[in-house]
Design a protein around this ligand. Structure first.
Ligand code: JD8
Length: 243
């Protein structure tokens, strides 16, 4: 978090980060944070007591408690934007089989508690998920990105009319290992370039993210879009998309 974008943002005073070691709130010789699960089963569960001691110290009245877990609600760009509006986020990184559920219930009446998942795969703990969330949230904090445009242009940005994946990008040289940059990008014709990029975004979205196309608002499509979508081999009902 001291490198690159986040490091610069923290140098500028736009954000600040702290990291805590849960074992600082244990008082036994082995600094124990885990115990066997009630009801049996594999692995170990994180004890509520160190978490309670730690969170009592770290949480503030305006804080939000964010708990990564594979069973949480999806962490999306909209969730990132909502969290970027908060002034104090506390991330509780679990290990083992997770944190005793009573911890989240205990804090829910005191602060906003969000159990979130960064995707449908299984990690060994919450730390990497939290790095992902911190990066996604921090770049939405005003001043963190040099160029404000880069936020509003994101294909997943909430409020953007369409939600498409980005098309391909190119830079110099014009020819590389036998591959030329598409002529249209060299034409200087801004209208044609914009249309080509949009077409490529639709093609790629249809091929890789049919779930996004299915959610597309037909009101945001023009005649050209509808024709292109009809020409694509859609995995979803084209009537639903290109209406
Ligand atoms: C927190 C412990 C591992 C979770 C057994 C071993 C998020 N998208 C995501 N995938 N995985 C996590 C995640 C995994 C975690 C913890 C987040 C704490 N584990 C456990 C329960 C099942 N494994 C995550 N966000």
């Amino acid at each position: 978090m001291s490198a690159s974008l986040l490091g610069k943002a923290s140098d500028k005073g736009l954000l600040s980060f702290g990291v805590h070691d849960l074992r600082d709130w244990t008082y036994d010789r082995h600094r124990t944070v885990d115990d066997t699960p009630y009801g049996g089963g594999p692995g170990m569960v994180m004890k509520p007591s160190p978490w309670g001691e730690a969170l009592d110290d770290v949480l503030t009245p305006s804080a939000r408690l964010v708990v990564p877990t594979p069973s949480g609600r999806p962490f999306t760009q909209a969730v990132a934007a909502e969290m970027a509006a908060g002034d104090h986020l506390v991330f509780a990184c679990g290990r083992y089989e997770g944190i005793d559920s009573r911890v989240m219930r205990h804090y829910a009446p005191l602060v906003r508690v969000d159990e979130v998942s960064i995707g449908d795969y299984v990690l060994a703990g919450g730390e990497v998920a939290v790095l992902v969330m911190i990066e996604a949230i921090s770049r939405l904090v005003p001043g963190v990105l040099g160029n404000f445009e880069s936020v509003t242009d994101d294909s997943f940005a909430p409020g953007r009319m369409e939600t498409l994946v980005e098309g391909p990008v190119f830079t110099k040289p014009r020819d590389w290992r036998g591959q030329a940059v598409p002529d249209v990008l060299m034409s200087g014709h801004h209208g044609r370039i914009a249309r080509w990029r949009r077409d490529e975004a639709f093609r790629r979205t249809a091929a890789l993210r049919p779930d996004l196309l299915a959610r597309l608002d037909p009101a945001g499509l023009d005649k050209h879009d509808r024709k292109l979508l009809e020409s694509l081999d859609l995995a979803v009902d084209p009537g639903r998309v290109a209406k």
